[in-house]
Design a protein around this ligand. Sequence first.
Ligand SMILES: *Cc1c(COP(=O)(O)O)cnc(C)c1O
Length: 366
Amino acid sequence: MSCDFLTLATPGVATLQPYQPGKPVEELQRELGLKDIVKLASNENPLGPGERAMEVLRRPKEIARYPDGNGFKLKARLAKYHGMSADRITLGNGSNEILELITRAIVQPHHEVVFSDHAFAVYPLVTQAVGAKPVVVQAKDWAHDSEAMAAAVTANTRLMFVANPNNPTGTWIKRNELTRLLETVPDHVIVVVDEAYFDYAVLPDYPDCSTWLDIFPNLLVTRTFSKAHGLAALRIGYSLSHPEIADLLNRVRQPFNVNALALAAAEVSIDDRKHIEKSIQANQDGMNLLTSAFDEMGLPYLPSAGNFVCVDLQRPGREIFNQLLRKGVIVRPVDNYGMPNHIRVTIGIEHENKKFIAALKKVLTS
Ligand SMILES: *Cc1c(COP(=O)(O)O)cnc(C)c1O
C-alpha cells in the first residue's frame, strides 16, 4: 500500500521548510565524541538565569496541578512593571508563540505579511503556515529599510513584522525612524515590533515601543524571557497590545500554553535588575573582545544591538561553521538568511569567546 501523506498538506505547509535551530551541545558530543564544547549559536544568556529565578526553580510547587491558564500573577507583575493594565498583556510559550498566534488570528490566505529580508526566520514560517503571501522587503545595508517597508503595504496587508534589533543581523531601527514607520502604516495593519533583545539594546537612539501603545493602537510589542533573562528552556514570552488584540490572541491560544515553572520564574525575573545589569555588562565586555579580534583579523562585522554579532568571513560561512564544530565551537551559519559569507556568533563568557577566537584564527589560517 502506498501512502502519499505529503500531498495532504495545505498549500502553505506543502512548501514549508522547518525552523533550523542552533546545534545542541549533546548532538555534537554524540557525533564527534568531543568533551569540551562551547555553544555560541542560539543567543542565550551565557550567565544563565538570575539567582532569584534559580531559587524558585529549585523548589517547584504544585506540579500535579494545571498552571493558572490566565497567568494572573505574572500578568499583574508585568502590568506593574510596564505601567499599564493587565488586559494588554498576552503570555506565550516563548514570544515565538505570540508571533504565531497573531498570524493565525488575523491573517487569511489572500492577505499579505510584510517583513524585511535577512529578518528573523519565524516571520516567513508563520506567514506560510497560514498560506498567506510573504512580502519580503529588500534590506538596506543589511538592516530593515523602514521606508520601503511602509511602501510595501497594500489594502491586503494585515501584518508587518519588525525585529528591533533584528536577528541575525543585530541591526536596529532608530526612534525617529520607527515612529515615522508607525505613523505611515494604516490601522488595518498590525505592526509587530519584536523586542526579544530589548534588555541588551542599551543605545541612546534605541526606542522602547512599549510606551507607544496609546499613540499607535495597531502596535503589538513582543518581549521574551529567553534572552537576557536566561530562561530559554522554560519557553516564556509575552506581548503588549491594545486589549482587543490581546482578546483575539486569547481566543486562539491553547488553554495552558505557559507552564507553571515558567510563570513562577518569570515573576521573579522581570524586575531582577541586578541580574540584567550584570548580563548587559558581560555582553558589552564580550562584544568588545570579539569585535576587537575581528578588527585585528581584518574581518568586517555588523554593529549589533543584541547579544550576538554577524561577522563577514569573506568566504562561505557554512564551511567555517563545519570546521569550527570539529574544534568544539558551535556558531550559526546564516546562509539560510541570504548571508552566505557571514556567521552569527552569540556573545559568550570570557573563556567561550576566547575559545571561539582561537578556533576561528586556526581555521582561517589552515
Ligand atoms: C530569540 C528570538 C525570539 C525569542 O523567541 P522565544 O520564543 O521567546 O524564545 C524572538 N524574536 C527574535 C528576533 C529572536 O531572535
